[in-house]
Write a protein that binds this ligand. Structure first.
Ligand code: PLP
Length: 387
């Protein structure tokens, strides 16, 4: 009896492996998870408690989500993302993860090729493989701030290309794709009749007066774009497991055929929490953004003092940095992450977890208290100066 070859061929997640190893040490400065360290804002917690106390959460909801929530999401998409959205075009999902998985499964047939720009969130690559698709990985250039190379994207399109998956702002590099680049990718998608699946998980954490642009806001694109968003990052709601996607009603009805047999519906208590998140004061999001901005600047300052050992592209978005490590030992980034953990008690994510272009890099999250950043960098500085 053998487990599926497709599944056996998948490598265990380096992110989760680092978390497991980190737990074997005491007093680790933990910068390896892209999980907001702040708790969920109190008004969101209270709404969930009220929903429980009022007996609203013990059954299933509509599989595509509570109507009030879908309407609020549509309003948010119109207002903030400039997408011409309707509630009927929204599917509430178990985080961005399920939105991505259901979309990839709905779009891809075995052997279809999917273009992805690396370094990128490796789950995207894994989901394509699980759907028996073939990831076509295009490495973005660090010297060019990890900007998408439009010519390379176009020349990678072949007879079997079905979709492009984008992540903007990008995990792990923090790069925000410009409106100009996204318009150029949209033109390629139209020219070659491709789907675009876009992960916009970090849409609200944008710095330095830059603006997030949603590719689905380009007229006509919703017939081929599936846009994925999440409450996880925006409202520090990681454990509530709730996100959503937007696309045309025709595509959505197909994605629902994947969503229902896998999840039926999203936990109803989380949907009530999400209603409170969207209908409540948005100051909490602004507060998170300011906190991440300060944390980013602090992390950059600390890295500037280590120029001989690491250099970086300043992230325009997300709460992640992806420095290149100038140390031969980092050519195997997983071994190097283990070494830093062992010798400096700092947990970082090895760059290899993010596909081609990732080796010799580590990913550090700055969604943690500033004190944690200082402790981690005191230790890293000491590590480099000692060894
Ligand atoms: C780019 C990106 N997409 C999706 C996710 C998963 O989000 P969710 O918790 O909404 O499933 C993450 C989590 O780290 C992420 O970084």
């Amino acid at each position: 009896m053998n487990i599926s070859e497709k599944v056996q061929a998948l490598k265990p997640s380096a992110i989760h492996e680092m978390t497991r190893l980190s737990k074997q040490y005491d007093d680790v400065a933990f910068l390896s998870w892209a999980k907001p360290a702040s708790g969920t804002p109190e008004h969101i917690n209270e709404a969930a408690i009220n929903a429980i106390q009022n007996g609203l959460v013990s059954g299933y909801s509509q599989s595509d989500g509570l109507p009030v929530l879908r309407e609020l999401i549509a309003q948010k998409l119109i207002h903030d993302n400039k997408i011409d959205a309707k509630a009927e075009e929204v599917l509430v999902t178990i985080g961005a993860i399920e939105a991505l998985a259901a979309s990839v499964t709905a779009v891809i047939d075995p052997g279809d090729e999917v273009i992805l720009l690396t370094p990128t969130y490796s789950t995207h690559i894994t989901q394509v493989k699980l759907a028996s698709g073939i990831p076509v990985l295009i490495e973005t250039d660090e010297e060019n701030n990890y900007k998408p190379d439009i010519d390379k994207i176009e020349s990678s399109v072949g007879a079997k290309t079905k979709a492009v998956i984008l992540c903007t702002p990008n995990n792990p590099t923090g790069t925000l794709y410009s409106e100009e680049d996204l318009r150029a990718i949209a033109e390629i998608a139209v020219k070659y009749d491709l789907f675009v699946i876009v992960d916009e998980a970090y849409e609200y954490f944008i710095f330095d007066d830059q603006k997030h642009f949603s590719i689905a806001s380009i007229p006509g694109m919703k017939n081929r774009v599936i846009s994925v968003f999440t409450f996880t990052k925006t409202y520090a709601m990681t454990g509530w497991r709730i996100g959503y996607l937007h696309t045309s009603e025709a595509i959505l009805s197909q994605i629902k055929k994947v969503h229902i047999p896998y999840v039926i519906c999203v936990p109803v208590v989380s949907q009530y929490a999400a209603i409170a998140a969207l209908s409540g004061d948005q100051k909490c999001v602004e507060d998170f953004r300011n906190k991440y901005l300060n944390a980013r600047d602090l992390m950059c300052e600390r890295m500037d003092q280590l120029k001989d050992f690491m250099t970086y592209v300043k992230p325009s978005g997300s709460y992640l940095m992806f420095p290149k490590i100038h140390d031969k030992r980092a050519e195997d980034s997983f071994d190097f992450a283990k070494l830093i953990l062992d010798k400096a008690k700092v947990s970082a994510t090895p760059g290899v977890a993010f596909g081609p272009g990732g080796e010799s890099h580590l990913r550090f999250s700055f969604c943690v208290p500033e004190e944690m950043i200082n402790i981690a960098f005191d230790r890293i500085e000491d590590f480099f100066k000692r060894s």
